[in-house]
Design a protein around this ligand. Structure first.
Ligand SMILES: NC(=O)C1=CN([C@@H]2O[C@H](COP(=O)(O)OP(=O)(O)OC[C@H]3O[C@@H](n4cnc5c(N)ncnc54)[C@H](OP(=O)(O)O)[C@@H]3O)[C@@H](O)[C@H]2O)C=CC1
Ligand SMILES: O=C(O)C1=N[C@H](C(=O)O)C[C@H](O)C1
Length: 267
């Protein structure tokens, strides 16, 4: 069994810490690089300090350290991920990207880079949410007439993007089943005298507060009944474990852009 050398970006972030812990606990991966951005107080500290361990990998802001990794796992911000993407192409380092909030140009950059390196990019790395995407395909296919789709998500108060990447991906799954483009039929928020709801639209509602890790509900509301499909995360370890599955999957890929459905064999 080959040990995969893992680099982690945003090492002192909520997901970065969780990923370091997961890498430490697994026996087929090893932490070789821990990155944080220049100016972060974490730079120079041992990457495992938050779990009361000394793993001998110091957090660095030097992206050239990436040449010591096989795969970078990146849960940061779009601008950070896009910077890392350039360096990963330079050194032939594969990427697992959990960062949300990319615009069209950002997504195009990932697509272009995937001709040089293998990338898994997914707005949600958990098995549960990826299974929900499948359920949504079935539900939306069966409920394409006479049902209104609404997506409600709630996250912790530190989250900076809205709606969540997962909510957008859920909308995309429904729109695809309806043979539509999400941008054409999404109602991203509502306020004031909105008029009656139009048929065929997908509505989004965003809640932020406290320490909620990630709740998503899709409602299909019809005359006389309502179907609700909900996923609630209670621990970030689901995203870290999904990322490690993606790392094992990427071991056998040289180039290409993949999602978690492909990693989990759900496509
Ligand atoms: N796909 C999935 O399954 C999941 C995706 N996410 C996504 O992951 C991302 C991170 O979430 P979370 O860990 O909660 O966020 P945090 O804010 O806790 O952590 C972000 C980390 O990235 C660093 N960072 C911020 N900007 C940059 C930059 N420009 N360059 C390099 N590093 C940077 C931060 O450093 P500093 O503190 O110095 O700013 C911090 O260490 C979000 O986009 C979130 O939506 C989250 C959970 C699951
Ligand atoms: O920022 C978060 O925390 C999360 N972000 C992802 C998203 O935007 O969908 C995934 C998960 O919901 C947690």
């Amino acid at each position: 069994m080959m040990t995969i050398k893992i680099a982690i970006a945003g090492s002192s972030g909520r997901m970065g810490r969780m990923l370091i812990e997961a890498v430490q606990a697994a026996d087929d991966v090893i932490l070789s690089v821990a990155l944080d951005r220049a100016g972060s107080e974490a730079v120079g500290q041992d990457a495992c300090a938050h779990i009361g361990k000394n793993c001998g990998v110091l957090i660095t802001d030097q992206l050239s350290a990436l040449q010591n990794a096989d795969i970078l796992i990146d849960f940061t911000r779009p601008e950070g991920t896009l910077e890392h993407l350039i360096v990963c192409q330079q050194y032939g380092v594969k990427m697992i990207i959990g960062t949300t909030g990319f615009d069209e140009a950002g997504r195009a950059a990932l697509e272009a880079a995937s001709q040089k390196i293998a990338i898994v990019s997914a707005y949600n790395m958990s098995i549960g949410v990826n299974l929900v995407f499948k359920l949504l395909e079935i539900a939306a296919g069966a409920l394409s007439h006479g049902y209104d789709a609404e997506i409600v998500e709630m996250h912790h108060k530190h989250k900076v993007d809205a709606p969540s990447g997962t909510a957008i991906a859920m909308g995309q799954a429904i729109a695809k089943a309806w043979d539509q483009s999400l941008n054409e039929i999404a109602v991203w928020s509502r306020e004031g005298i909105t008029g009656p709801r139009e048929d065929g639209k997908i509505g989004f509602a965003t809640l932020r507060g406290g320490d909620v890790i990630g709740d998503h509900t899709v409602v299909f509301a019809g005359e006389g009944e309502r179907i609700e499909i909900t996923h609630k995360a209670s621990n970030r370890t689901i995203y870290a474990q999904g990322s490690l599955r993606a790392a094992r999957f990427l071991q056998h890929k040289a180039t290409g852009l993949y999602d978690m459905q492909e990693v989990l064999g759900l496509k």
